[in-house]
Design a protein around this ligand. Sequence first.
Ligand SMILES: Nc1ncnc2c1ncn2[C@@H]1O[C@H](COP(=O)(O)OP(=O)(O)OP(=O)(O)O)[C@@H](O)[C@H]1O
Length: 263
Amino acid sequence: MSDAIRLKVEKIDKVFKRRDKPSVEALRSIDMSVAEGEFVSIVGASGSGKSTLLRIIDGLIAPSGGRVLVDGRAVDKPGPDRAMVFQQDSLLPWKTVVDNVAYGLTLAGTRRADAERTAQRFIDIAGLQGFEHHYPHQLSGGMRQRVNVARALAVNPKILLLDEPFAALDAQTREIMQTELLSIWQETRKTVLLITHQIDEAVFLSDRVIVFSARPGTIREEIPVTLPRPRTLELKRSPAFVELVDHIWKLIEAEVRAGIKQS
Ligand SMILES: Nc1ncnc2c1ncn2[C@@H]1O[C@H](COP(=O)(O)OP(=O)(O)OP(=O)(O)O)[C@@H](O)[C@H]1O
């Protein structure tokens, strides 16, 4: 990680206006930054505006106030400097793994042979060797998410935005995917902003965890995670890890419980 600020979020507010219904204030005055090569996660109760913030950073929706800067330049629409991975895979079912991973590059005008070479590199990094010519329906959920990550990385974004990428996976696959994501990150050194409901996932992966308050989302606390790297799943059993997870859980527990009662 370098000291250079890659992503800066300045005083972001978001109010959703709805016809014939009260407006929803989703985010209030969010200020945060992520350094080049840093891995940061956001946790918070359901409805605290985490996905809304990620969509604003990606440029998919406009904020009501404030701005997003990438390397000091304001961005207000999607661009090749940011790539998003969603909870549900968004692969093209009629294209093979290699064509899915190369898709963004060919769209951007890269020659097919070059796009395929780059795609192959990220297929290798994502541990998908041997599956290049499979179609999405021939892959497990975990493998489809690896293809999604490979596809996002293939366009060489400055920032990887991950919106609950493992939420649809079973618990064991999810843990394996966490370690794989770490090794991909170690190899590519991308700047990563991840949203997750799982506090242990956030602590395991991150350099820093940002804790949101309930709606309207505000930053309640930023917690540096100084646990040594490289990290293995063993770390989850260490007292320092358990203590951090517990601290974060206590910060959001009341709101998570209140949310469950409302739903
Ligand atoms: N297009 C929209 N119109 C109106 N309200 C919206 C819209 N999108 C989101 N919201 C509301 O904004 C609030 C924040 O939603 P958001 O999905 O960002 O929260 P979240 O923290 O990601 O939640 P979860 O953890 O459940 O995914 C919620 O109350 C949601 O209902």
